[in-house]
Design a protein around this ligand. Structure first.
Ligand SMILES: [Zn+2]
Length: 150
């Protein structure tokens, strides 16, 4: 598989083409951070280790980003060609909530509590022709499969 150029390579692990989010976990108290942290705000410990958050979670809350964000957002889009996108918090198995772009910007397809899976989506096309990708969560689970078979 072609390995995508990522806007946020340090946040992801790509193995066998299946992405997972990488944060950190405090070796002293077990608190999990995403993005990874250098010290623990819970116990003030500094022994943090890379921690694989997995690739699936549950949609905790969401909204639609309806206007082009200000920098440091740097997709190259302008107010004229910006495409709205969903953004939400996805609660991972460890309980941590990860803010992420969503693959859907259709409110009819998003529901709090629905299962979500991590994927890689196009983010921008650079002037040198390089295509940069980022992570996003897409709805997953049985109800999605049922819809696809209709
Ligand atoms: Zn700690």
């Amino acid at each position: 598989m072609h390995r995508p150029v990522l806007a946020c390579a340090s946040l992801l692990r790509l193995e066998g083409g299946r992405p997972s989010l990488i944060g950190s976990r405090c070796a002293d108290c077990g608190e999990v951070y995403f993005p990874s942290a250098a010290s623990c705000t819970r116990c003030l410990g500094t022994r943090l280790q890379p921690h694989d958050l997995g690739s699936s979670g549950v949609l905790w809350s969401w909204t639609i980003q309806g206007f082009c964000p200000k920098p440091p957002y740097d997709s190259g889009e302008t107010v004229d060609n910006f495409q709205p996108y969903g953004v939400g918090y996805v609660e991972m198995a460890s309980g941590i909530k990860v803010e992420s772009r969503l693959t859907s910007a259709d409110p009819a397809l998003l529901r709090i509590g629905m299962p979500m899976a991590l994927t890689i989506v196009p983010y921008k096309l650079c002037e040198n022709g390089e295509r940069v990708s980022t992570f996003a969560f897409e709805p997953s689970g049985e109800h999605v499969k049922e819809r696809e078979h209709v």
